[in-house]
Write a protein that binds this ligand. Sequence first.
Ligand SMILES: CO[C@H](O)c1c[n+]2c([nH]1)[C@H](O)[C@@H](O)[C@H](O)[C@H]2CO
Length: 444
Amino acid sequence: MAFPDGFLWGAATAAYQIEGSPLADGAGASIWHRFCHTPGLVHGGDTGDVACDHYRRWPEDIALMRRLGLQSYRFSIAWGRVLPQGTGTANSAGLDFYERLVDQLLEAGIAPNATLYHWDLPAALDDRGGWLNRDSADWFAEYADLVFRRLDGRVKMWTTLNEPWVVMDGGYLSGALAPGHRNLFEAPIVAHNLLRAHGKAVQAYRASGAHRIGLVVNLEPKYPASDAPQDRVATRRAHAYMNRHFMDPVFRGRYDAVLVRMFGAAWPAFPASDLDLIRTPIDFLGINYYTRNVVRDDAGRFPLPVERPVQRGATYTETGWEVFPQGLLDTLNWVRTRYGNPPVYITENGAAFDDPPVAQGGAVHDALRTDYLRQHLRVLHRAIAEGCDLRGYYAWSLLDNLEWAHGYSKRFGLVHVDYRNQRRTLKDSGAWYARVIASNGQCL
Ligand SMILES: CO[C@H](O)c1c[n+]2c([nH]1)[C@H](O)[C@@H](O)[C@H](O)[C@H]2CO
């Protein structure tokens, strides 16, 4: 099932999850540095102090990308490396690191795809209110403009934010992610400022950039557990809260009325002009897809009354996510029909399984991951046939890495990382993915 000529095959990572050396060469601490160094918040007390040591081993990792035959590499830039205080004086050593990385990617024939924000807000800005402060949109635009002027042209694909929904829900509602708040009234303010920041960065790019910029969202299709009215209502609420929450303002210039009603008194009166900024047109949409959500009404849950009933006979990953490739097709067709079929890249798709240990002779027989990827890639081929403007795919992740509050306990990589000695081992799934890329999907 060959994919269209020019379909872009890649793999993805994020700065705090792989780089290590979070304070090296003048870098400023991020909220994730603080979160990891706060006892009890991250599995096993794990931190990003070393991670995959990518800050020092990046040439070796580019060699691995070449071995995989990657056509593109999605990575994120650590805001605090470039602007240690978040605004003001730039750190040339930080900019130099990303410039070297980009230049060597290009040398290797790998197109850089740079994410400006993958959750690692400079701690100095969190001390000034972080995403709760309306000024955060201007802070982000200043950072974005600095990086655009340094790297645009060599980087031709930019995304502003990675998964603003997770930043809001994890960082300000559940408290499971940095900065660990649990406040219903903060969440809509944070979501709105993230969207304003996105809009200002896109406008900054239009003023100085010459290539393409987009947004990365996590989308998770919602299916009612039964035909009972309360399950259908709960499903619509779950859909409003996760999927339409950011897609509607960015593509339609307004928030979903169901979402506004859900938050009730916690929903502020935002200036209408903000929505004009937020809907500044983008060149493509990045979708991170992992699983679906079967929804049963559970009125007691904060803030969203939904329960995730286990699906009999389904396969679940180590992060508890049901393997459900049909949900990817449903999601892509939903985006195609509701938002005018924008150019889409799957910017993350992958799974954590309990991989077997590295075998004698250096192999990791991670058949479950290969099967997960194969099922989802086959669905992409159908999505294209059904009219979705699907341009490319990035597997999550190039390397095993720091899985946020799970620490190093969950492995998503196409490449195994032995954290005791930083040895990289290509897993069977990575070797298989290299064959998929080489055949443009023909071998699927
Ligand atoms: C619910 O899945 C989310 O879409 C999601 C999953 N993931 C993500 N977002 C993040 O973008 C990555 O940094 C994670 O490492 C990765 C794996 O957990």
